[in-house]
Design a protein around this ligand. Structure first.
Ligand SMILES: [Zn+2]
Length: 449
């Protein structure tokens, strides 16, 4: 993706400016960034591109496994747990090749663009051929994802994931062989070759404390530290992981990560579901972020994480669609609040503004794009416009736009998406991937054939 050189002006019928909805805002864009924001512009200036509805900053999907999109629907038959779901997930992972993964990811990232998502954090661990042999280009799979994001018009942070073991002291199982680089040094050597691009940052991930031996955690943390790159880790999604970690190391996963230098302001724990009070304090005091994935957590029967307590303790919140049972950041945002309501039997834990912040600025920061997720001069020109005249959103006064966006709108109401000044979704149609449903159907069929 190249930033657009020419300047243009977008006229926003209503704009969310971080604290309030402002009617009539003109946004000047040059070289992919906002150069000026003019308020009090009741009619579109000549030549401006008109964005009717409520325009938010672009949304950040901070946790994605693109290939899980192939599971949508197919894993809803019968009963089971996270662990039985994982067996079905592995059967799809077994079939991925660089070509089939590229086709699927391009379609999934196009679905994200249609949902107003301008940046995706791809937690990527399917590195090698089945059995574990490297491809001719050992980063062929990661490159396929970076390329797919470019073709779908979205920005990506490739969170290249270290995955070495199936459990504490256990080698990878048959399915997991293709995830493993053997050692954390092997992982670091391979991902050091990956190059950042205009639309792509390279970050690191520790799959989980069960997948990276404790004595190799610091290698991954130091790799990220040396590059000032984001570092993500699945953390305490399941109580079984906590139990096994206590048995192996006599401490919780969070304490283990703290003791090996993994926590810190560039680190994000994904899920953070089953935590002790001490875990919450460790994450908060170290300013480690929390990525909640509420639609996946409910789909997999994980439980409800203590998001409100984490934020109070100092952990910034972001949101991810993770397994893509749903690709809808507005749904993730309201689900975080609604989960907390169910748990506490009280309403109003977050304002709509706070939920939007998690879905925009804080999500981008968690992915290493500190200059995105706000409509202000100097920020990346990323916009997502929600229709205020659909059956879901018609009615409330436009000044309630933030509440409408979070509590009434869905991804289906996203009318425009602008990424780095480029109009990727216009009037609900993707400008680069002409038929996204067909692209999804073909790519998913190829994996189930
Ligand atoms: Zn995940």
């Amino acid at each position: 993706m190249t930033s657009t050189e020419r300047t243009r002006t977008y006229w926003l019928e209503h704009a969310w400016l971080g604290t309030h909805v402002e009617p009539g805002v003109a946004v000047d864009v040059g070289d992919g960034r906002v150069t000026a924001v003019h308020q009090g512009v009741p009619t579109p200036p000549p030549g401006a591109e008109i964005l009717r509805g409520l325009t938010l900053p672009g949304l950040a999907n901070a946790h994605s496994h693109a290939f899980h999109r192939a599971l949508r629907g197919t894993v809803q038959v019968g009963s089971g747990t996270f662990w039985t779901w994982r067996e079905v997930m592995y059967s799809v992972a077994d079939r991925l090749t660089p070509d089939t993964y590229h086709a699927l990811a391009r379609a999934v990232y196009a679905e994200m663009a249609l949902a107003g998502i301008t940046t995706v954090g791809e937690f990527h661990y399917v590195h090698h051929a089945p059995g574990g042999a490297p491809y001719a280009d050992p980063n062929a799979m990661g490159e396929a994802l970076v390329e797919a994001a470019d073709e779908a018009g979205v920005r990506i942070t490739l969170l290249d994931t270290c995955y070495l073991s199936s459990g504490f002291g256990e080698p990878p199982n048959t399915h997991q062989l293709r995830f493993s680089d053997g050692t954390a040094e092997g992982w670091a050597e391979r991902c050091s070759v990956l190059k950042e691009r205009d639309h792509a940052r390279i970050g690191a991930a520790i799959h989980s404390v069960r997948a990276v031996p404790a004595d190799q955690l610091a290698t991954v943390a130091q790799w990220a530290e040396a590059r000032r790159a984001p570092l993500h880790v699945h953390l305490s999604e399941q109580t079984a992981e906590n139990d096994a970690c206590r048995q192996a190391h006599g401490r919780t996963p969070t304490r283990l990560l703290a003791d090996h230098g993994v926590l810190g302001p560039r680190t994000t724990g994904v899920h953070n579901t089953h935590l002790t009070d001490e875990d919450v304090a460790l994450l908060g005091d170290s300013r480690t972020g929390t990525c909640m994935c509420p639609t996946t957590e409910r789909d997999l029967a994980d439980g409800i994480g203590p998001a409100a307590a984490l934020q109070r303790a100092g952990s910034p919140l972001c949101l991810g669609s993770d397994s893509h049972a749903v690709v809808d950041l507005l749904e993730e945002a309201r689900a975080m609040e609604l989960n907390e309501r169910l748990r506490t039997r009280a309403r109003g834990h977050w304002t709509a503004a706070a939920l939007l912040r998690a879905a925009t600025a804080d999500g981008h920061a968690a992915l290493g794009w500190d200059d995105a997720g706000r409509i202000e001069a100097g920020a990346r020109a990323d916009l997502a416009t929600i229709a205020l005249d659909s059956v879901r959103t018609a009615g409330p006064l436009p000044r309630l736009g933030a509440e409408t966006a979070v509590f009434a709108a869905t991804a289906a109401d996203v009318r425009h998406t602008v990424v780095g000044g480029r109009h990727v979704v216009r009037d609900g149609a993707h400008a680069l991937v002409p038929d996204v449903p067909q692209a999804l159907a073909r790519a998913v069929d190829a994996l189930h054939a």
